[in-house]
Design a protein around this ligand. Structure first.
Ligand code: ARG
Length: 456
């Protein structure tokens, strides 16, 4: 009974099962470091403001440092009876330094405490994730640079459309990752406001200095409304939303890597280190890593929906429901970090089979649009040019020929605007290199892009 920090108004002990059912300590130990960081800043502020004595604040800070060391060394035994990380730390503090430890919670509540802890934790994880995103971005750029001239089929509807540079294809994913980085910076800046001082919901009667604590903890400012401070979980939702979009990107790349490493495409070879074999089929080399990342996208979407549903219709201010925010958030962080890490390494080691890509790019009349554009430059309206080349392709299908194999006489059956120079336009290189405008697949356009991306 006496172990409970809030036991005063109770005459009966908590039901054992209820104790376990309501406890969050089982999944929030990772907040220990941040809980102590927040508590130290709070204690120092209490001392500076004369709310407790400077000596008392000092004792508390020393005690918290010792508990921190114990946590790092794995020596602190967490107790379910103490419910959550906040009370586990506070109870240990009181055990260690005596009743002065009981002064730490002055002018504070677990409601604003958990809000600050999760923000500090998420901020740190975001900084790690930003590094992981940068690494993946570098791997994609490396792939582009190392295979600058490789031509592959570009697809729409997964049907051969026009030849593109493989480097251009890799840089398309770089664009997605760059937008993910920018989203992550945005949301980090938005939630980097300090909620301590909101108390349970209405603020505190003590003359605290919130701005000092904010600066001490590296926040850009303080939150502006106590009710919102303790009940806002937008930052967790925004993070899961960012993560959903990122995983969607990774799942698209996964899908391509899986297709490309099949015997039917045979465009790439993933390093053995990222694949596994089959227990029955000796020939198999399965692209497990991209498959798993594609699969993990589902749980990240699920986490976003969990959080949105959790917060839906909750009245102000704190509700115990909100304790359910942690597992989806933590799982999302772990999943995103793991996926990004493994992807950056896998992409860096990926081998490209340039010849196979090139052979595939030449199939499917991929330069048909170039013949149409050629006719347009000779004066034919595009709609008619489309018709001319459509008929040419039908003839190719019937005769089993490819566009560059047609004789000039055969070409001229469809339009007498076509002359001998048409052959300059129907090679894969000519098709690719004609698309020079910014954002196009021409070698020079891709090179300009790669130069633009070089760290200055
Ligand atoms: N473990 C709680 C949570 O994660 C901490 C805040 C508890 N506040 C309370 N009044 N029970 O939400």
């Amino acid at each position: 009974m006496s172990q409970k920090l809030w036991g005063g108004r109770f005459t009966q002990p908590t039901d054992k099962f209820v104790e376990e059912f309501t406890a969050s300590i089982g999944f929030e130990q990772r907040l220990g470091h941040y809980d102590i960081q927040g508590s130290k800043a709070h204690a120092e502020m209490l001392g500076r403001q004369g709310i407790i004595s400077v000596a008392e604040a000092q004792q508390i800070v020393v005690g918290l440092d010792e508990i921190h060391n114990d946590i790092e060394a794995g020596k602190l035994e967490f107790s379910v009876a103490l419910e959550d990380i906040h009370m586990n730390v506070e109870a240990r503090l009181i055990e260690r330094i005596g009743s002065v430890g009981g002064k730490l919670h002055t002018g504070r509540s677990r409601n604003d405490q958990v809000a600050v802890d999760v923000r500090l934790y998420l901020r740190d994880e975001i900084d790690t994730i930003l590094c992981y995103l940068k690494n993946l971005e570098s791997s994609l750029i490396q792939q582009a640079e190392n295979n600058l001239d490789v031509i592959m089929p570009g697809y729409t509807h997964l049907q051969t459309a026009q030849p593109v540079l493989y480097s251009h294809h890799m840089l398309a994913y770089r664009e997605m990752i760059a937008r993910d980085c920018s989203r992550l910076h945005d949301l980090r800046a938005r939630f980097n406001q300090m909620p301590l001082g909101a108390g349970a919901l209405a603020g505190t009667t003590f003359p605290i200095d919130r701005e000092w604590v904010a600066e001490k903890l590296g926040f850009d400012g303080v939150t502006r409304n106590s009710l919102d401070s303790v009940s806002d979980r937008d930052f967790a939702i925004e993070f899961c939303s960012f993560s959903g979009i990122l995983m969607m990107h990774l799942s698209r790349l996964s899908e391509e890597l899986i297709l490309w490493s099949s015997a039917d495409f045979n465009f790439i070879e993933l390093s053995d280190a990222f694949c596994t074999g089959s227990s029955i089929m000796p020939q198999k080399k399965n692209p497990d890593v991209p498959e798993l990342v594609r699969g993990k996208t589902g749980r990240v979407y699920g986490n976003l929906i969990s959080l949105l549903t959790l917060m839906k219709s909750l009245p102000l201010a704190y509700n115990k429901d909100m304790q359910e925010d942690k597992e989806p958030l933590f799982d999302t962080i772990d999943t995103v970090k793991g996926s990004l890490k493994v992807f950056a390494d896998m992409i860096a080691e990926m081998k490209v089979k340039g010849n196979n890509m090139r052979v595939a790019a030449a199939r499917g009349f991929s330069t048909a649009t170039d013949v149409a554009d050629y006719c347009v430059r000779k004066g034919l309206p595009f709609r008619q040019a489309h018709e001319v080349v459509g008929k040419t392709v039908r003839y190719c299908v019937q005769t089993g020929k490819d566009i560059p194999e047609l004789s000039l006489a055969e070409f001229r059956e469809f339009s007498d605007l076509i002359e001998a120079d048409v052959y300059d336009y129907v090679t894969l290189e000519a098709s690719v290199n004609a698309r020079k405008a910014t954002g196009g697949t021409a070698r020079e356009a891709v090179e300009r892009e790669l130069n633009r991306l070089k760290p200055s």
